[in-house]
Design a binder for this molecule. Structure first.
Ligand code: ZN
Ligand code: ZN
Length: 417
């Protein structure tokens, strides 16, 4: 029995190898002698093999891959005793944290079925998620604090492709999703590494402008949205390539179209509606409407997945506050593809978004030298979760508000003003 029987034929192996090369050279900036920890769905084995090859060609020390499998995950929900849902493989995450402490880079391959757990008991899903978030904390901190170079890329998993293109036969769905991933990841051009250098320069131009403006807040208006997002004191905008604390320049997300920074955890006011469904750990949450007071979500509704949303918000105190605000033009290539990916890595790069939970310490001036207490004092949020959801569309306007109250148009109808 082979693990990946027919789908490889639907995926262009040359482009898949280019994606692996981009992940190693642009995504990770992997250095000679650096170890690499990979997590991936088992269906992504062909991509893991290419990445491993290019990692060793770049001089990797040891490459270790850990696989997840959808049937194995479902077996737990179907057959495990109730107490299982408060457990997580903490020993594994501690090991990963140790690898990062010792200098390893981290690469995650996304592409799970976004609806995998939609038929399962939401309270079990929430308990398992919470146990996992708590156990994952030592490893997540190294990533969220940008201690190490890390990267996420995607693989066109058949179960994901079926969700994105439900009307196509599976092979055609996989081929179409593969093409969309290759285009969004800029590997369908002659020289992907050069294309990424140009793209990074454009994103840098946007973040440099925003950093020069030093807005105190952003004001979003649109259908169902009137939201003022105060920005953290000493916030810094980032986009594209950036330098991890280990000194390595990497592109954490492939694809990426966003420039983003840290909101002030106590200074978010008003209401906001989501513009795309959010796929969270196998559950779809749609038509989110929340109201903020003093930075805290005091009311949350959703037409689908409301129970899971409210459980997420109860994870901890920081789960009801924002840790990220990001700007993406409506004309971004991912948005222009018109495809709804049901995958945050893609959908968040098709739309302006906000994230509940943990902030990124690198989104502060001199962030690397700030202590957690200093970050908190400047308005940075902390939480076990970091969940992005989409609030941008071609009907949303954004103003930048200066400390003196004057306004500057930042986006009009979803495009840079
Ligand atoms: Zn983001
Ligand atoms: Zn985010």
């Amino acid at each position: 029995m082979t693990i990946v029987p027919n789908f490889q034929t639907a995926i262009d192996p040359q482009k898949l190898e280019k994606l692996a090369e981009v992940a190693v050279k642009v995504g990770l900036g992997l250095e000679k002698g650096q170890d690499l920890v990979i997590t991936a769905p088992v269906a992504a084995l062909p991509l893991v093999r290419f990445i491993t090859k290019h990692a060793y060609m770049a001089g990797a020390g040891i490459v270790s891959a850990f696989y997840s499998d959808e049937e194995t995950t479902l077996a737990r929900y179907r057959h495990a005793p109730d107490a299982s849902f408060d457990k997580a493989a903490g020993w594994l995450y501690e090991g990963m944290a140790k690898a990062y402490e010792n200098g390893a880079a981290r690469l995650a391959i996304a592409g799970d079925n976004p609806m995998l757990l939609s038929e399962q008991d939401p309270s079990k899903v929430a308990r398992a998620n919470k146990a996992n978030s708590m156990a994952y904390k030592p490893a997540l901190e190294k990533i969220a604090n940008f201690d190490i170079n890390w990267n996420i890329v995607s693989y066109p998993n058949p179960s994901w492709a079926r969700q994105v293109f439900p009307d196509l036969p599976e092979d055609a769905a996989v081929a179409k999703l593969a093409d969309a991933i290759f285009a969004a990841s800029r590997v369908d051009v002659a020289d992907p590494v050069a294309a990424w250098a140009e793209h990074n320069a454009n994103l840098k131009k946007r973040s440099t402008w925003l950093n020069g403006e030093r807005f105190a807040a952003l004001h979003f208006t649109g259908p169902g949205t009137d939201l003022t997002v105060g920005l953290a004191d000493g916030h810094e905008w980032h986009g594209g390539a950036s330098k991890a604390k280990n000194g390595i320049i990497c592109n954490p997300n492939i694809p990426t179209e966003e420039v983003f920074t840290t909101p002030h955890a106590l200074k978010v006011e008003g209401h906001v509606s989501s513009t795309k469904p959010l796929s969270h750990q196998g559950t779809l949450i749609d038509d989110i409407q929340v109201r903020f007071e003093g930075g805290r979500i005091i009311e949350a509704k959703a037409s689908k997945g409301e129970e899971v949303l409210n459980k997420v918000l109860d994870t901890d105190e920081g789960a009801r506050r924002l840790g990220e605000v990001a700007l993406v033009p409506h004309s971004s290539p991912i948005s222009a593809s018109g495809i709804l990916f049901y995958n945050t890595l893609f959908d968040e790069n098709a739309s302006c978004h906000i994230a509940l939970g943990q902030c990124y310490s690198k989104c502060f001036l001199d962030g690397a030298s700030l202590t957690p207490d200093e970050i908190k004092a400047q308005g940075g949020n902390s939480s076990l979760i970091h969940i992005d959801w989409m609030i941008g569309s071609d009907k949303v306007d954004i103003d930048g508000i200066r400390p003196d109250g004057s306004r500057v148009p930042v986006m009009r109808k979803g495009e840079w003003a």
